[in-house]
Ligand binder design. Structure first.
Ligand SMILES: Cc1cc2nc3c(=O)[nH]c(=O)nc-3n(C[C@H](O)[C@H](O)[C@H](O)COP(=O)(O)OP(=O)(O)OC[C@H]3O[C@@H](n4cnc5c(N)ncnc54)[C@H](O)[C@@H]3O)c2cc1C
Length: 310
């Protein structure tokens, strides 16, 4: 059966904080706005129990924040489609073409807000302790670990940077990695010089224990063969992320980590295509910066569409 074709002013790919913010702005500027989402509306933050650093809220759950933002965007006319997976994009064209399993959309501007996936702690107990001692974002959750014992898992720059950051809260911090550190020398040296820090290399985390909250972990020293249990209040897992950019890699310039190369104006290498949120190459990935990107991308997309003089 032939797919039906529709035209939209703007198609936004991804309904996380960046995509929904872009949708709110685009809808409010009377642009016909479609958001395509292939997972859960809300993205990474959807299941967060408590967010304490989103301006204007002392504490709010991810679910509540996203539900409010979604209804704001929809009230301004944006349409969110969660059930139609994108199969192909042609961005370097006029108009741009987004083909889904069921439809073909043409549009004047595209905002890519497809975010990233963080690699999860590969243990069955992860599901029990996620948000209750197992964390993935030191800037988001580190504050809850004032004078507590923290473990950071990972050996790259992101893990060592996270560990250096978390020393401001921890009374004791373990950096645990299954092989040798790959982080740059300066960051490693800074970490090792901190008296609160113990670096455990060639060490694997085998099991998590706790009663409702994480209390301790079993670790295995691959060199000595010794297994022991250590008390920790929280683990920050930093073992890699995958930006959701596979769909765009033929046309959009990506950095070696797979993130979209775009500056603070969110413009990519293709006119009329913008990248917003965690999918964009940038240093700080937070809800506020995702919302900021969504705002910028929508406003500049509107300017681009206006410049087409249709
Ligand atoms: C557990 C956790 C807790 C956090 N806590 C905080 C906090 O307290 N404060 C804070 O500021 N930040 C926090 N963060 C970071 C914050 O969640 C992210 O920076 C922010 O959500 C990024 O938003 P985004 O819209 O750019 O991307 P995402 O949230 O990753 O959303 C991208 C969306 O795009 C969808 N998508 C991907 N590919 C496609 C495709 N091909 N087609 C259609 N849709 C697609 C995804 O399903 C997803 O819904 C936390 C992160 C995690 C993981």
């Amino acid at each position: 059966m032939e797919k039906k074709a529709f035209h939209k002013d703007i198609v936004i790919i991804g309904a996380g904080m960046a995509g929904l913010t872009a949708a709110l702005y685009a809808g409010r500027m009377n642009l016909s706005t479609l958001v395509l989402e292939n997972g859960l509306v809300g993205g990474q933050i959807a299941n967060a129990v408590s967010i304490e650093n989103y301006p204007g809220f002392e504490s709010i759950s991810g679910g509540e924040l996203i539900a409010t933002l979604q209804s704001q965007a929809e009230n301004f006319g944006a349409v969110i489609d969660e059930f139609d997976t994108i199969v192909k994009v042609t961005l370097n064209a006029t108009p741009k073409i987004i083909e889904t399993e069921e439809k073909i959309y043409t549009c004047d501007a595209v905002i890519i807000a497809s975010g990233m996936n963080r690699r999860k702690l590969p243990l069955p107990e992860e599901k029990i302790f996620a948000g209750r001692g197992v964390h993935y974002c030191e800037m988001c959750d580190g504050h809850a670990y004032q004078d507590k014992i923290i473990a950071v898992m990972g050996g790259g720059n992101a893990a060592v940077d996270a560990a250096n950051f978390l020393t401001k809260y921890a009374k004791k911090l373990y950096l645990i990695h299954r092989s040798e550190l790959r982080a740059d020398e300066v960051s490693q040296k800074r970490l090792r010089q901190n008296k609160k820090v113990e670096v455990l290399l060639q060490t694997e985390i085998k099991k998590l224990h706790g009663n409702g909250r994480l209390e301790s972990i079993d670790i295995f020293d691959k060199i000595s063969g010794e297994e022991k249990n250590i008390f920790v209040d929280g683990i920050f897992v930093n073992i890699g992320v995958t930006p959701n950019t596979q769909l765009f890699s033929d046309e959009i310039n990506l950095n070696p980590n797979g993130r979209i190369i775009a500056g603070e104006d969110c413009r990519t290498n293709i006119a009329g295509v913008f990248a917003a949120g965690d999918v964009r190459e940038k240093e700080i990935r937070q809800l506020t910066t995702a919302a900021s990107d969504g705002t910028t991308a929508a406003l500049l997309a509107e300017k681009f569409i206006r410049s087409l003089n249709r």
